[in-house]
Design a binder for this molecule. Structure first.
Ligand code: NAD
Ligand code: UFG
Length: 339
C-alpha cells in the first residue's frame, strides 16, 4: 500500500516507517522538520535498504499537501505530525492549536478531495483526563485535560468522529498511546529531544551519558506502592508495529475506532530508574523534588481491544526498553547532531 506518514522524521514516525517498509509498504514521509532531523530519514533508508519518499513540507500547507497527494497517490494516511510538549502548550496555546488542529483539518480536506478513506491518528492516553480509576478503557468518555496539547488531541478525535459520521465510507483508527520509550535495537534511530528533556526516559538516558547531572523525581508522596507515579511504558518498536496492524485492520472496513496501545502494566518512576541502571550498568543519581503540576498518580492501558481488533500486543520487555534506550543514547550522545 502507498502510505502517507506525516511526522515520519520524528521519534515514533521513524520507527513506524521502518516497520511499514519492512512489511512491504511504500512510505511517503511529510514532515517540516520542526522537531526532527533529515538524518533520521536517511537512517530509515539505511536500516531498511529502501529510502522512503520524503517531502519537507508543513502539513498545514494545503497547496503543498495537494501536490504530494497528486504525485504519490497515497491509499492511507498515518498522521503523527504535531507539537507534543505539554508544558510548552500551556505557555503557547495558540501555536499548539494552530499547528495541531490545522494539520488534521487540512489532511482531512485533502483526503476528501483525493478520495482517500483510511486514516490512522496518533492520539494519547491524555484524552481520558483524570477519571479517578487507573485502568483506562476505550469506552470511558474523554475527560478534562489539563493542557492545550491534550485538548488538541481531544478536538481532533472529535473531528474524526464527526467526519466519520458524515462520510460512512471513511475508515478511521484513533490510536491512544500510553508512554512510548526505547529505540530501534540497532541504536541507529531513537528519541532526540531538543534541549532539556521533559519526559522521563530521555532524561534518565541523558543523566546516564553524562549530559545532565541527576534526575529529579517529581514527588515521592503519591498514593502508590513506592510513592512515585505509575505509567504504562511501552517499547516504541511495539508501538510502531501497532500502526502497521492498525493500517492493515483499516483496509476493507469503515467506521471510527479508538484503540489503546499499551502493555497493560503500570511501572513506577523508581522501577524505571532501577531497570535502566541494571540494563546499562550505569548508576543514575536522583533526588526527590515536588510533584509536577498536572501529573496523575497512576494509570495504565486496558490493551484488550488492541488484542481483539488488531491482534496486537506489546511483546518487548522493560529490559528491552532500557537496553535499547541506552544503546541509542551511548552511540548518539548528541542525538542526530554530531557535536
Ligand atoms: P516528534 O516531535 O518526534 O514527531 C513529530 C513530528 O511531526 C516531528 O518530526 C515534527 O517535525 C513534525 N511536525 C510537527 N508539526 C508539523 C507540521 N505542521 N507539518 C509537518 N510536520 C510537522 O514526536 P513523537 O513523540 O514522535 O510523536 C508523534 C505523535 O504522537 C505526535 O502527534 C504526538 O502528539 C503523539 N504522541 C506522542 C507521545 C509520546 O510520548 N511521544 C504520546 C502520545 C501521543
Ligand atoms: N518524571 C520525573 N522526572 C522527570 C520527568 C518525568 O519524575 O524529569 C516522572 C513524571 O512525574 C511521571 C513519569 O515520570 O510520573 C512519566 O513522565 P513523562 O513526562 O515521561 O510522561 P507523562 O506520563 O507525563 O506524559 C506522557 C506524554 C504525553 C502524554 C501523556 C499522556 O509525554 O505526551 O503521557 O499519557 F500526553
Amino acid at each position: 500500500m502507498n502510505i502517507l506518514l506525516t511526522g515520519g522524521a520524528g521519534y515514533i514516525g521513524s520507527h513506524t516507517a521502518v516497520e511499514l517498509i519492512g512489511a512491504g509498504h511504500h512510505v511517503i514521509i511529510a514532515d517540516n522538520l520542526s522537531n526532527s532531523s533529515p538524518e533520521a530519514v536517511r537512517r530509515i533508508g539505511e536500516l531498511t535498504g529502501t529510502a522512503p519518499a520524503f517531502y519537507e513540507i508543513d502539513v498545514c500547507d494545503r497547496a503543498a499537501l495537494d501536490q504530494v497527494f497528486a504525485q504519490e497517490k497515497p491509499e492511507a494516511v498515518i498522521h503523527l505530525a504535531g507539537l507534543k510538549a505539554v508544558g510548552e502548550s500551556v505557555r503557547e496555546p495558540l501555536r499548539y492549536y494552530r499547528n495541531n488542529l490545522d494539520a488534521a483539518l487540512t489532511l482531512l480536506e485533502v483526503m476528501a478531495a483525493y478520495d482517500v478513506k483510511i486514516f490512522v491518528f496518533s492520539s494519547s492516553a491524555t484524552v481520558y483526563g483524570e477519571p479517578g480509576v487507573s485502568l483506562f478503557t476505550e469506552d470511558m468518555p474523554r475527560g478534562v485535560c489539563s493542557s492545550p496539547y491534550g485538548r488538541s488531541k481531544q478536538m481532533i478525535e472529535q473531528f474524526l468522529e464527526d467526519s466519520s459520521a458524515a462520510d460512512p465510507s471513511l475508515s478511521v483508527v484513533m490510536l491512544r498511546y500510553f508512554n512510548p520509550v526505547g529505540a530501534h535495537e540497532s541504536g541507529r534511530i531513537g528519541e532526540d529531544p531538543d534541549g532539556i528533556p521533559n519526559n522521563l526516559m530521555p532524561y534518565i538516558s541523558q543523566v546516564a551519558v553524562g549530559r545532565l547531572p541527576r534526575l529529579t523525581i517529581f514527588g515521592n508522596d503519591w498514593p502508590t506502592p513506592d510513592g512515585t507515579c505509575l505509567r504504562d511504558y511501552l517499547h516504541v518498536v511495539d508501538l510502531a508495529r501497532g500502526h502497521l496492524a492498525a493500517v492493515e485492520y483499516a483496509v476493507g472496513r469503515t467506521g471510527c475506532e479508538a484503540i489503546n496501545l499499551g502493555t497493560g502494566q503500570g511501572r513506577s518512576v523508581l522501577e524505571m530508574v532501577n531497570a535502566f541502571s541494571s540494563a546499562s550498568g550505569v548508576e543514575i543519581p536522583y533526588v526527590f523534588g515536588p510533584r509536577r503540576p498536572g501529573d496523575i498518580a497512576a494509570y495504565w492501558a486496558d490493551p484488550s481491544r488492541a488484542a481483539k481488533l488488531l491482534h496486537w500486543h506489546a511483546e518487548l520487555t522493560l529490559e528491552d526498553m532500557c537496553r535499547d534506550s541506552w544503546n541509542w543514547q551511548k552511540d548518539n550522545p548528541h542525538g542526530y547532531s554530531e557535536e
